[in-house]
Design a protein. Structure first.
Length: 173
């Protein structure tokens, strides 16, 4: 990592999906302290919608399947409902919390208002940035994949993400 005008850029460390704990352990203590002072933000996805998106991403992404052959078998072999019970997805909460408390300075919701939220955020920060849309999967509306039992079971399985989402943004269903 290198610092350039208060901007973190990727050089040799893969930082795409690190939790705060993983990030701080992967850099020097001095740099970790500096990073903690940065403005941190994220977008949280509805946990039930996230599962649908991830299932289809795993089915549709050739690179992901090549790099994760064992997990790729799950999405290639099972229907969405069966996959939900077999696959254990890392919780979003792990990316938001650090040392048992909210680590983000700002949390948006990943929905149809995401672009507008991002525009408001960059305006507030006084920067010029665009929000790229990458790893977009193609599928039907997420609610069409669920029956009442699957909704209940996934709300239990991902209870901490569901609780965090509902406290900030309302019901997952």
């Amino acid at each position: 990592m290198s610092r350039d005008n208060k901007k973190i850029t990727h050089t040799s460390l893969e930082i795409n999906h690190l939790t705060p704990e993983q990030l701080y352990k992967s850099v020097s203590p001095e740099y970790a302290k500096e990073l903690k002072g940065y403005f941190k933000f994220c977008f949280m996805r509805n946990p039930l919608a996230r599962l649908v998106s991830l299932y289809h991403f795993e089915k549709q992404s050739k690179n992901w399947r090549i790099n994760n052959p064992e997990m790729a078998k799950l999405s290639e072999t099972y229907s969405f409902r069966h996959w939900c019970y077999k696959r254990d997805v890392q919780r979003q909460r792990e990316f938001i919390r650090y040392e048992k408390k909210n680590h983000m300075d700002w949390i948006g919701v990943c929905d149809e208002t995401m672009d507008e939220q991002f525009k408001e955020l960059v305006k507030k920060l006084g920067i010029n940035a665009e929000l790229p849309h990458i790893n977009v999967s193609k599928h039907k509306p997420w609610r069409e994949y669920y029956n009442p039992k699957l909704v209940r079971d996934m709300k239990v399985k991902y209870d901490k993400d569901v609780d965090l989402f509902e406290k900030r943004f309302g019901s997952v269903w």
